[in-house]
Design a protein around this ligand. Sequence first.
Ligand code: ARG
Length: 460
Amino acid sequence: MEIWNSRFKKTLNETALKFSSSIAIDGKLFAEDIEGSKAHVKMLMKQKIVSMNDGKSIIKALDKIFNEIASGELKFDWKKEDIHSLIEERLIEKIGEKGKRLHTARSRNDQVALDERLYMRKEITNLIRCVNVFQKSLLKKAEENKDTVIPGYTHLQRAQPILFAHHFLAYVSMLERDKERLSDSMKRVNISPLGAAALAGTTLNIDRNYSAKGLKMNGIIENSLDAVSDRDVVIEVISACSIIMMHLSRFSEEMILWSSQEFSFALIDDSYSTGSSLMPQKKNPDIAELIRGKVGRVYGALMGVLTIMKSLPLAYNRDMQEDKFHLIEAIDTTKDCLQQSAQLLAHTKFNKDRFKDELSGDLLLSTDIVDYLVNKNIPFREAHHIVGAVVAYCVSKKKKLNEITLEEYKTLSQKFDKNVFDLLTPMASIISKKSAGSTSPQDVKKQLLKWKKLLNQLKP
Ligand code: ARG
């Protein structure tokens, strides 16, 4: 028997019920459902719609139901349509007539919209914490590598030498924007739809602001149709997760590249690597690959909810029940991937000397020679042209920039003199950077100090 059953001559066909039951998914929102119901009944008591006595019994029974579910004593029976029905039916089973008053001036439409918002509110905080943990593990590696030089890439071709710390800190600052996006969404998430009822509001004298306040929400969604029928904040939170996952995919891709024999730069600990069932020599970066692969789930979730919501006429439609599957999947996956990224990084050693000799005199120092000529008053475009010729010359001779003579340099421009050779180490290049936010040691130090202060403000 369903809670809405009396106008029907038959109960819902069993396979149709199985098809439509959402309890396996929305059961995960049981705590939020109970929290919302308690705030609702307190408001009904204040408004004298439900007596103090009945209200108190309802609250007491709801707390008991919470414990029953949390302890596993009350199982999620798929024959119940959703978590809201399960809890209400259990309430009535426990306290009879009194329990039947809980759903006064409320519909499952505003109830589910509220549950989702409470769930997102909790999870936004959890996500921000997970991002912070990963940022801290990046910061630690940055500190350990403030003197490590690596080639910076564009197009995955060597571009200019950079401090490895600078590379890590780039991720820290991307992730900071991820946190900002999440906390910004809180403004829109933490508003109450409760009391919008099915779609039109209610004739009963409720106080929507009171229940919102009881739930520590920042006000109510004013338009009752809007309150029950939009899922834009769900899309917004999944978008924020998708952007995080995009960042994690770039990080994991780099871990995969760096740990390859070709790069021979990162050594992932055995406890974060896997072997091959066939090739005994293999050590694979599976965790990084899985993080990269799980991006598909989160982007899929985003597309899922966007598609569910597309063209839906106002107000509530049952299609919207499907959104929670995607929301929970996106949030759980993103949290997992953030935690694993932090662990993976903590369990990776980097070969600090890997690029030291290789980068001395390397063609990636060409830009520094261009700047050198610019400092000698040669127009940039001309300086670029001259150094292009130097590079072509080196390539044809199979030599590095520090392996040709000053005489050879002079055949390409008379402006060269012997101090050009001072430029040709990667550290010289890095130290000479002057612009704010560059890879120079003093700029990197500044960033390190800033992040150390900022990231420690949030307790894990
Ligand atoms: N299980 C439903 C959902 O998650 C709850 C709302 C049901 N409302 C309705 N009119 N059938 O969307």
